[in-house]
Design a protein around this ligand. Sequence first.
Ligand SMILES: NC(=O)c1ccc[n+]([C@@H]2O[C@H](COP(=O)([O-])OP(=O)(O)OC[C@H]3O[C@@H](n4cnc5c(N)ncnc54)[C@H](OP(=O)(O)O)[C@@H]3O)[C@@H](O)[C@H]2O)c1
Length: 274
Amino acid sequence: MKITFLGGGNMASALIGGMLERGFAAADIQVVELGSEAREALARRFGVRAVGAFDAESIACDVLLLAVKPQQMKAALAPLAGRLAGTLVISIAAGLRLADLGRWLGTPGAPYSRLVRCMPNTPALIGAGVTGLYADPSVDAAGREAAGRILAAVGSTVWADTEAQMDAVTAISGSGPAYVFHFIEALEAAGRSLGFDEAGARRLAIDTVLGAAQLAARSEDSPAVLRQKVTSKGGTTEAALASLAASGWHDALVAAVKAAEDRGRELGEQLGQD
Ligand SMILES: NC(=O)c1ccc[n+]([C@@H]2O[C@H](COP(=O)([O-])OP(=O)(O)OC[C@H]3O[C@@H](n4cnc5c(N)ncnc54)[C@H](OP(=O)(O)O)[C@@H]3O)[C@@H](O)[C@H]2O)c1
């Protein structure tokens, strides 16, 4: 499977590194990247072919992976309009919809449709991401399998049933690391207010989140059951959880995710404007 990346920045580098570790061949990967220093770094680090603009060799691929910023996409796709035939196109650009990508890649009246849209999150940069994917209905099982295998190089994958769910993916796992960082900040602040220095409070906060997430990931029990197991009647955890409930913490988080979903929808509309 020949794969060409459009854009060779942070996320493309993470994907290429993960793919090489999982047995993809460097000889099958090319990158079209504007920056000469970035091209040299990609060639040196990964042994892949890196070029400054599309040429016959980079266009002749089975999979084209779109990894430029959403605002750069329309201009970056212009040289390809009407030139793809059968290539599976995978976009990791946040918020950009299939209809807009299809219009930019196709010809007037004939949008391109062999498209998969993905939303990875920043932990993908260390191979610990989670990616939501949605495929145009015209993409066959082999195309979905290829997209899933490529994104699995930087973490786990979850398929969405509808494109509208991609705004929810953005709100849950795309923005989600920020919610967790905010939680860590608050736990660290609590640790400091109870007498720990910054280093100690941060260690306690980060390792609590890390350990609890790993336990939740490995356990057969649901997060709710795990929570109940830590909560003894009349104990310290029960006191803390009662205080959180009184603050409306659960509902506040659900409302925050909804606000992110609404904003994702608005941004998607703006990004797709011609
Ligand atoms: N980073 C994340 O954690 C994350 C998470 C989810 C989704 N994403 C998505 O992943 C995509 C890439 O993000 P990133 O963080 O990797 O961005 P990035 O580091 O800025 O990489 C994009 C690269 O593409 C280059 N480029 C721009 N226009 C081009 C063109 N016409 N032809 C060839 N190369 C071009 C850019 O060069 P210049 O710097 O010279 O413009 C840059 O090196 C974005 O669409 C983003 O929404 C990223």
